[in-house]
Design a protein around this ligand. Structure first.
Ligand SMILES: [Cu+2]
Length: 503
């Protein structure tokens, strides 16, 4: 046990004075956990000099963007149904926009009845700003605040949400768009489209759903049950989702009160699609249009035309469409759940609006999935031997709700137990081996990996039953990072681990 230097490092005066942090560093419980665990190599702490040095090496534009996120109880109006929930003031939160290299300062004020954090999904940011509770920071207690401050090193479509419990299946979510100062794409307008599945304040709260899932599937035949047993998807190779949501939202609005996106016929639109759902994959299409996929998870891919696109929870896709003349259905089919999110795209003021249940043939046409994509040559990883190979087995099942990685359920209070160790500078391979009968959207914090064999650069990837998905990345962002399923109920039940840099 030679961890002590890494721990004392956390509380250096420089660390404490530099950040306006309530409860900087790790909790006493986390420190005890560190001291109690089996001998391991010394790990780089999130507050270490290496993390600060990595931030200094990042591209800086010299500009800064300041925002405030006030997490509080709110009421949202879902087509006349009033739902009490938690949000950052609006659903989704106001989009945060910055340019590559900008310094983002986000003052997070916690007016919730429980502790929270904010995670900046997909951003390869400094480790101590990643929002992983008990790992990179203590959770922000109620009635207190925390200042997140980090450089945004890569352009692209990202988003933010809490990383505590099932909070992100409430209304605590928003888009984070990092503009490219030398944007190569040409388009007339841009729409940010946040997709979500909704139950909070309508049928049950997310903690109640989790309790119901832990109770098992026995109650699922009961008409009051919020659990879905029969959600099937051939694209996802089986069971599609666990939770029966009463609403599926496009930019916070249900199908009965849809958003209307307005533009003109012939306009070329960049649509930034974000799946902020808790337990729902979305198959997205715009009626009478094809879409050109240009990016996934913020990173460019070789352009490919599709009829629709499949997004797992946490995934993002950017597409270009050239609009026709009329009013068109924008649909986000809740994959396997026989329900949909819906909006209207309108270029002609007199055209009749489509109804939300209209048949959209693009949904059953050529469906774009990540395995069809090729990374843009400029962003593909250089060819190099793998220095360290990690294998992550996805385990568990619906019946006993024992989702885990390598059959070891994650303990949030001991985040470094069973951590996967890597070293700065290594080329790391991860094989995600799905031994379960359900698909899982696996997400790595702080890095963008590439699907092996020239595939896309991503941070969240669908792994279907029986599949082994191999990805590679360069260990160039020191610290301790979560790796987990982005199904909120799976990760909360234990399908989560840590990838930690050795000192
Ligand atoms: Cu999962």
């Amino acid at each position: 046990m030679t961890r002590v230097p890494a721990i004392t490092n956390l509380f250096s005066p420089a660390t404490l004075s530099r950040r306006t942090v309530v409860g900087a560093g790790l909790s006493a419980a986390a420190l005890l956990a560190l001291a109690a665990c089996s001998p391991q190599p010394q790990l780089l702490s999130p507050q270490s000099a290496a993390v600060r040095a990595a931030e200094k090496r990042r591209l800086s534009s010299g500009n800064s963007v300041k925002v405030e996120l006030r997490a509080s109880e709110t009421t949202v109006d879902l087509a006349g149904t009033l739902a009490t929930t938690w949000s950052y003031g609006a659903l989704p939160a106001a989009t945060i926009r910055a340019t590559q290299g900008d310094l983002i300062t986000a003052r997070v004020v916690n007016e919730l009845p429980e502790a929270t954090t904010v995670h900046w999904h997909g951003i390869a940011l400094r480790n101590d700003m990643d929002g992983a509770p008990h790992l990179t920071q203590d959770p922000i207690p109620p009635q207190s605040e925390f200042n997140y401050q980090f450089l945004a090193p890569n352009a692209g479509t990202y988003w933010f949400h809490p990383h505590v419990g099932t909070q992100r299946d409430r209304g605590l979510l928003g888009a984070l768009i990092i503009e490219d100062p030398h944007e190569p794409l040409v388009y007339d307008d841009e729409w940010v489209v946040v997709l979500d599945d909704w139950i909070d304040g309508v049928n049950a709260t997310p903690p109640e759903i989790l309790a119901e899932l832990f109770q098992g599937m026995r109650g699922a035949s009961n008409s009051q049950s919020n659990i879905m047993q029969n959600a099937r998807s051939s694209l996802l190779r089986g069971h599609a989702g666990d939770v029966k949501y009463p609403h599926y939202l496009v930019n916070g609005r249900p199908a009965a009160d849809p958003e209307t996106f307005r533009s003109r016929s012939g306009a070329r639109i960049r649509i930034r699609l974000i799946n902020a759902g808790g337990d729902t994959a979305f198959r997205v299409a715009l009626g009478s249009h094809r879409m050109t996929v240009t990016h996934t998870d913020g990173y460019p891919v070789e352009h490919v035309d599709v009829d629709s696109i499949l997004l797992g929870m946490g995934e993002r896709y950017d597409v270009l469409v050239t609009l026709g003349d009329g009013a068109f259905p924008f649909v986000a089919e809740a994959e396997g759940k026989r329900a949909r999110g819906f909006a209207v795209v309108r270029t002609a003021s007199l055209a009749m609006a489509p109804s939300s249940n209209v048949t959209v043939s693009e949904l059953t046409g050529q469906v774009g999935t990540a395995d069809q994509l090729v990374a843009d040559a400029e962003f593909a990883l250089p060819i190099k031997d793998i220095d360290r190979q990690l294998t992550v087995r996805l385990t568990g099942g619906m019946a006993s709700y024992d989702w885990a990685l390598d059959k070891r359920p994650f303990d949030m209070d001991k985040p470094l137990d069973n951590a996967r160790i890597i070293r700065a500078g290594e080329r790391v391979g991860i094989d995600f081996v799905n031994t379960t009968t359900m698909w899982h959207p696996m997400h790595l914090h702080g890095h963008t990996y590439q699907h092996l064999g020239g595939g896309p650069c991503k941070d969240t990837s669908i792994v279907v039953p029986g599949q082994t998905l191999s990805v590679i990345f360069d260990a160039n962002n020191p610290g301790q990072w979560m790796l987990h399923c982005h199904n909120v109920y799976h990760s909360e039940s234990g399908m989560m681990t840590t990838v930690a840099y050795e000192k």
